[in-house]
Design a protein around this ligand. Structure first.
Ligand SMILES: [Zn+2]
Length: 393
């Protein structure tokens, strides 16, 4: 405990963090939010359209972010609908179009074949942003004041920390939410344990750690399977019902709620698992995977777990930064093929679950062997970077 108190006394790192709260709008306020959302969507599609037509006309003139932003005041006088929306919120819509194009061009430059930025239908546009806290959006106790909309009640389940920067309002399957991004949020370090580990993310089990010969296995929670089955059922229900019918709309709403539930369960599990690991270890090594490539995997179960890993890694890295611990990625080189005991390459396909080394006779679970290799690779890299650091006398 002593060391903890000492740590408290030194300046702790501060991080950016987003706080999310549920909004409790009155029916009129919900309608007003809905209206802003639809106008933002309209503007998004207009801005996209303009870029497209100007580009196709090809007169050397391209619609740009600054030009489109500059036209906003004019647009507001011409079309009274837009005048009812906060000016900065509209500017943010133009910025979203710009970002969509930047991402499109960046990926095209990297030799990929990205889809052209798409027009957003009613079901695809879910949020609008006040890019500056205080510029039209302020949280005051349990009330969020939004310019031109009103004062909306907030379920403030935890206090806001740090310096609020931006405010995003989003519509989800079960209602409205506000996300407030804050800078300089104080971190809370966890006590040091002096332990390091490598983790391998599995297909059957969620993950496995390298603790000498007694690797710890963290299973996928049992409710996953059940929730996934329910999800598949809800999906089938939607596809059975006639397009455009009232019954289908109802089924779609149910499916969205179901999706949300699964996502929340998974997120919760990731948070808890990450915290448990960080309580136990100071340094965690994991494989540097190209997640984007993995998600394209044609097998559904696999791609779901890949997406889930990506989220887990993000959460783990963020939590580690908050806790004053370290998560480090090591390049994935033969981590599942190499023998963790003697280094012999033992090639095996994905279906082979046990590592059996013909050279030293080591018999170990495939993932556990990989976790040990990841730990070793991480420690070797660390040793190298320390050796490479010039000694300042
Ligand atoms: Zn061996």
């Amino acid at each position: 405990m002593d060391s903890m108190e000492n740590m408290e006394s030194v300046e702790l790192p501060r991080l950016a963090k987003t706080f999310k709260y549920r909004l409790v709008p009155t029916p009129e306020q919900a309608q007003a939010l809905e209206l802003v959302l639809s106008r933002c969507r309209m503007l998004y599609n207009c801005a996209l359209e303009q870029r497209k037509t100007w580009w196709e006309r090809g007169q050397g003139k391209r619609a740009t972010y600054y030009q489109q932003k500059g036209e906003l005041p004019e647009l507001k006088t011409a079309c009274s609908d837009y005048a009812e929306v906060n000016a900065q919120v509209l500017q943010d819509v133009i910025l979203r179009v710009e970002r969509a194009f930047q991402a499109f061009f960046r990926r095209a430059q990297h030799g990929e074949t990205p889809d052209y930025p798409r027009f957003q239908g009613t079901g695809r546009y879910h949020s609008f942003t006040y890019p500056q806290y205080g510029g039209g959006a302020v949280l005051d106790g349990g009330v969020l004041s939004l310019s031109k909309i009103g004062r909306i009640c907030v379920r403030l389940h935890r206090p806001l920390e740090g310096i609020p920067k931006t405010v995003m309002i989003s519509r989800q399957a079960d209602g409205w939410y506000v996300c407030i991004s804050c800078a300089k949020v104080a971190t809370a370090p966890l006590p040091r344990t002096g332990r390091e580990t490598g983790i391998d993310l599995g297909l059957k089990v969620f993950l496995i750690t390298a603790d000498g010969q007694a690797g710890e296995v963290i299973e996928n929670p049992r409710h996953y399977r059940k929730a996934e089955q329910q999800l598949a059922k809800a999906q089938r229900r939607v596809s059975r019902r006639k397009q455009g019918s009232h019954r289908r709309r109802k089924a779609v709403a149910l499916l969205k709620r179901q999706h949300q539930r699964v996502q929340r369960q998974r997120r919760d599990f990731h948070h808890k698992t990450a915290l448990a690991l960080l309580r136990h270890y100071d340094v965690i090594f994991l494989e540097d995977l190209q997640v984007r490539n993995l998600v394209r995997n044609p097998y559904l179960a696999k791609s779901i777990s890949d997406a889930s890993w990506a989220q887990f890694r993000t959460i783990l890295a963020f939590k580690a930064a908050c806790a004053g611990k370290r998560v480090s990625a090591v390049p994935a080189h033969y981590t599942s093929q190499e023998c963790s005991d003697c280094g012999e390459l033992v090639p095996k396909s994905l279906s082979v679950r046990t590592h059996i080394c013909p050279s030293c006779g080591l018999v170990l679970d495939r993932d556990e062997n990989a976790a040990l290799n990841i730990l070793r690779a991480g420690q070797a890299r660390q040793a190298r970077t320390w050796a490479e650091t010039p000694c300042v006398a």
